[in-house]
Design a protein around this ligand. Sequence first.
Ligand code: IMP
Ligand code: MG
Length: 480
Amino acid sequence: MGRQAIVFTKSLGEMAKALNSDLTPAEKLDLLVRTASRALGVRGCSLMLLDARRKKLIRAATHGLSERYLRAGVLEADKSLPEIMEGKTAVVTDVATDPRIQFGEIARREHIASIIGVPVTYRGEVVGSLRAYNRIRREFTAAEEEFLIAVANLAATVLEASGALHLAERPAGARAKNTLAKPGLRSPVRAVTFAHPSEEDFARLLDFYQIEWVYEPRSFMLQWEGDKVTEMFTPDFYLPGLDLYIEMTTLKPGLTSEKNRKIRRLRELYPDIKIKLLARRDYDRLLAKYGHGPLAGAKTEGVGRILFSADQIQMRVRQLAKEISRDYEGRRILLVGVLRGMLCFMADLMRYLEVPADVDFMAISYYGSGDGGEAVRITKDLDVSPRGRHVVLVEDIVDTGMTLSFVLAHLQSRHPASLAVCTLLDKRVRRLTEVPLAYVGFEVPDEFLVGYGLDYREEYRNLPFIALVKQEVGKLDVDG
Ligand code: IMP
Ligand code: MG
């Protein structure tokens, strides 16, 4: 036997042994891709599963790939090496020139020069793909292909035992409306059927902010006896750009504790998985902000408790201006405000600054603002070019972070010399998208706030203090 044949045989032996052990399924899959990478002498390997709609590839295990590569985005099954979906092996000998590569530029930067991908099949149907990434341009041998197919078969065994291939088999009653494609059935592309209207609303909101999502991406095993899975969990959403799973709870309080238990278990078993629980109530409030959902019609009954008095605000704004003046000493800054909530804050802040500051404004469309448009867009751009400038973006409040991350990406693309964010209020607990905040006035609770520029449907903006709004009893039941 040649040296490579010995390595392959030994590796397959190790893998078979691991499959027979008490490792968790996730650990088994990790071991498979790691051992395969070593045996093939490649940079890395990834095992990807088709999502329930057979459109996207969700990674189930990877080895040797950088965060940057993994976050490049979701691979579309029909764009990225599509022949794999027909059960064929795909070989890319030169990533630089091959059109079948979805994120070619990133692959090149990662020094991935060639790729071999084989289908992962279960009962004769393609359920995913196993790929090996090489640093150098080259062909792959028949032995290497055969080896990778053997590993893919082992992976399919783990996946099958874990229940990950049985997305369609759910407890009776649960997700009854969901017509998930059984991975075992080749089916035409289906439209997503959401189990709950609030999930669909949420997907639209994500679409608006151009945040990529996958619905019910994969299942995690929570409990098993031997090879029999006794408990599974399928989060509602996966946001690949944020590498974040989201579970929306629309259940009654009694059932919420059961779900919390599952999420705790998920976190124990899969410590690398980031998952966020979005409770129905929180979610309804999130949508109400944009005038959608069941709470959209909630009437206000004036302002409630005052969180920050006019004096407290002035004191804090003066401190922030001091910090900024110190950090930017000797430089001229460009203050950028996103209309309109920041107007009081910006006006006060600029008067306390001790460094020269220009000001400019932009405006963006809001979700549900009714001016058409499927996605967030800039309705008023800067008049001053930010190129080469020290830009300080001034915000009233950062909530989910979706607005800010969009604005920051836009500003960054215009090559400022530096870019920092100064926000008066930080509603941390509601953050979905992490955004770097250099200056924060106050951290605030998850309540709807008005005054000092902040409005509730254009009301209360001109109050000199920041307060909670009193809502109709039983609706938002914000404290009064
Ligand atoms: P984000 O995209 O969810 O971070 O939303 C940020 C924007 O939502 C802010 O710039 C505000 O215009 C608005 N917003 C968020 N929370 C509040 C609030 O409590 N009162 C008023 N406006 C808010
Ligand atoms: Mg704003």
